[in-house]
Design a binder for this molecule. Structure first.
Ligand SMILES: NC(=O)c1ccc[n+]([C@@H]2O[C@H](COP(=O)([O-])OP(=O)(O)OC[C@H]3O[C@@H](n4cnc5c(N)ncnc54)[C@H](O)[C@@H]3O)[C@@H](O)[C@H]2O)c1
Length: 325
């Protein structure tokens, strides 16, 4: 979590449209972060049913010390169910829509929200798969609309993909990021829309290769899972692939590419769109890494990585003992 997650009188008022699995998870994330949350669902009783599940979720979080020292009742008191769409949008500065993943439903509800919401209100959709231009084109004031795609559950997995349509205002993107980051989410901003966004594309690349390796008989599914859970996963759980390779050669990312690009390119001979790694370095990837971490900081950062891995290993042992595998 990146923000100080305590109640704040100036916190944005949040409207949640759709109170299913994701809607109620958002309620916990925003309320924990100090925001007043209003919840609406067209299914009679659904918003109240979602609210009824929240106390147990909050108790679990409190037991793991993940409420920033707040009492569950304090967080719960920030969430209320409202009876109509107009009522839930009343006074809201940020709307998070989490209705079923059906394109026509997204088009209809977005238009309706856009008609009723204030002129400055950010209208974000939780959609997993639709680019925002597919369902916001005809919405009035469409420059207020974008995608904020959570990873379930957002109160434990902080990454949120923020995806603007070509007509989304920069101010909308900025405000969406401010609100999300104020409650501890970590934003991943796409510069232009793309089918699958980023996270699912990365997951798809790993899954395609995982399926191929197992289907062609090179490794068992269990051993492949072990390769991820006991190898790549723990490192990637606190740093991404670029930071990983930057720390895996004494002189950093360029040296890593010099050493390992031939091996890696050889491993994916059937890729349809070849990628020139050195060109990517020259186009700014290396400069970006060196801005974040100067070359003379690599050693200290490697020691930091090892300490983080130790802390993670200790946590995994304790969690396996206390919670089970
Ligand atoms: N489940 C996941 O892991 C996950 C992860 C990220 C994003 N998402 C996305 O979040 C969205 C919601 O998914 P979910 O898993 O919460 O679904 P869900 O079926 O659990 O909940 C959807 C809720 O929306 C309500 N609803 C139906 N029509 C509505 C309308 N017109 N207006 C308002 N509410 C309406 C339903 O009554 C239901 O309570 C989808 O777009 C999904 O792709 C899901």
């Amino acid at each position: 979590m990146t923000a100080d997650m305590t109640a704040d009188m100036t916190a944005e008022k949040i409207a949640l449209v759709g109170a299913g699995l994701i809607g109620r998870a958002w309620a916990v994330a925003f309320a924990r972060g100090g925001c007043p949350v209003a919840l609406w669902d067209p299914q009679p009783g659904a918003a109240q049913a979602a609210l009824d599940l929240v106390p147990d979720m909050l108790d679990d979080l409190a037991r793991q010390d993940l409420l920033s020292g707040q009492a569950p009742a304090e967080v719960l008191a920030r969430i209320e169910a409202r009876p109509t769409l107009a009522a839930v949008l009343d006074g809201a500065g940020y709307v998070q829509e989490s209705v079923p993943e059906v394109l026509e439903t997204k088009v209809e509800i977005t238009a309706e929200i856009a008609r009723l919401a204030g002129p400055e209100t950010v209208i974000a959709s939780s959609t997993s798969g639709f680019v925002p231009s597919a369902f916001t084109e005809t919405a009035p004031g469409r420059e207020r609309c974008l995608v904020a795609h959570p990873i379930n559950p957002p109160y434990l997995l902080p990454a949120v993909e923020v995806v603007p349509a070509p007509w989304t205002a920069q101010a909308t993107v900025d405000r969406a990021c401010e609100v999300l980051e104020s409650v501890g989410q970590e934003t991943v901003v796409l510069r232009k829309e793309l089918d699958g966004f980023v996270l699912n594309r990365l997951q798809a690349a790993v899954l395609c290769e995982a399926f191929r390796l197992v289907a062609e008989g090179y490794v068992s599914a269990a051993d492949l899972d072990r390769a991820m859970a006991g190898g790549l996963g723990p490192r990637w759980s606190f740093m991404g692939p670029f930071e990983t390779i930057d720390l895996n050669a004494p002189q950093g990312i360029r040296q890593y590419v010099e050493r390992y690009e031939p091996l890696c390119q050889r491993l994916v001979p059937d890729r349809k769109v070849p990628c020139d790694w050195t060109a990517a370095l020259d186009a700014g990837l290396e400069a970006a890494r060196r801005d974040t971490l100067p070359r003379d900081g690599l050693g200290a950062r490697q020691a930091w990585r090892d300490r983080r891995l130790m802390a993670l290993a200790a946590h995994k042992h304790k969690a396996a003992r206390d919670i089970g595998d």
